[in-house]
Design a protein. Structure first.
Ligand code: 6GU
Length: 246
């Protein structure tokens, strides 16, 4: 997969060179390029924004600067499997299902806005040529799209073939395919006694069915406590008798 990130703070994307995403880039699974949007400004001050039509606070990013940057980054390629991702608090919620869809693209371009956002015409014009996803990573306001871009790239990268050491962990962790709609059970490792806190005995029992049942119960209990709205959305046919007892 090829991933291009456009930002006025390209250094903000430096963490993409580390850890799981950094390894995927080093292994050639991801071709990653980070660009400075100001390279497409035309004035001496490399201006990328202007005051909002209609008045109000803040500045809006100019569509012409963004449009030139996008065209250059795309470089006249076939756009059928290209997705432009625009992080914005006004976007559709970014979920594991959206990450899975994005993982099927050949190419992602992430347009990180700052200030009051990007002129809507940039998004609307791009949408006449390619798939565009305006995405929000949660109900809070960040100063710009860069952190959201890190979130999206990492969530997508770990779904790409050959990126995770153990593909099963992508399927079993919270919101993965094997446990749709439940958060994960707690995890334990050595030592068996940490400052007086011991490990649930069933996990030391060697009884695999009992361990699986305990984990399922803990997932349900945690989900009910922390994410009651997810319990409402559960498919009742996917609950067994033991689930219903929790
Ligand atoms: Cl994608 N961008 C910004 N600026 N703030 C956000 C967000 C995105 N998602 C939640 N808050």
């Amino acid at each position: 997969m090829s991933i291009d990130v456009l930002s006025i703070f390209p250094d903000y994307l430096a963490p993409l060179g580390l850890s799981l995403v950094g390894k995927a880039v080093a292994d050639g699974v991801i071709a990653l390029r980070v660009h400075d949007l100001r390279d497409w400004a035309t004035d001496r001050h490399r201006t990328v924004d202007d005051t909002p039509y209609g008045g109000g606070a803040g500045m809006v990013m100019r569509p012409d600067v963004w449009g030139r940057a996008l065209d250059d980054v795309l470089g006249g390629q076939d756009l059928t499997r290209t997705v432009l991702v625009v992080p914005t608090p006004a976007g559709v919620p970014f979920t594991q299902a959206v990450a899975s869809e994005l993982a099927h693209a050949d190419r992602l371009v992430l347009a990180c806005g700052r200030y009051e956002g990007i002129d809507q015409r940039f998004v609307d014009e791009a949408a006449t040529r390619m798939t565009v996803r305006e995405l929000s990573i949660g109900d809070y306001v960040l100063a710009g799209g860069e952190v959201a871009a890190l979130v999206v790239v990492e969530a997508v990268a770990r779904l790409l073939p050959g990126v995770l050491g153990n593909p099963e962990s992508a399927a079993t962790d919270s919101f993965g395919t094997a446990s749709v709609g439940l958060v994960e059970h707690p995890q334990y490792t050595r030592p068996p006694d940490y400052r007086g806190h011991t490990v649930p005995p069933v996990l030391l029992s060697g009884h695999h069915a009992a361990v699986a049942r305990w984990r399922r119960d803990e997932s349900l209990r945690r989900t009910a406590q922390r994410r009651p709205e997810l319990i409402e959305q559960l498919d009742p046919t996917e609950l067994d008798a033991a689930d219903r007892a929790v």
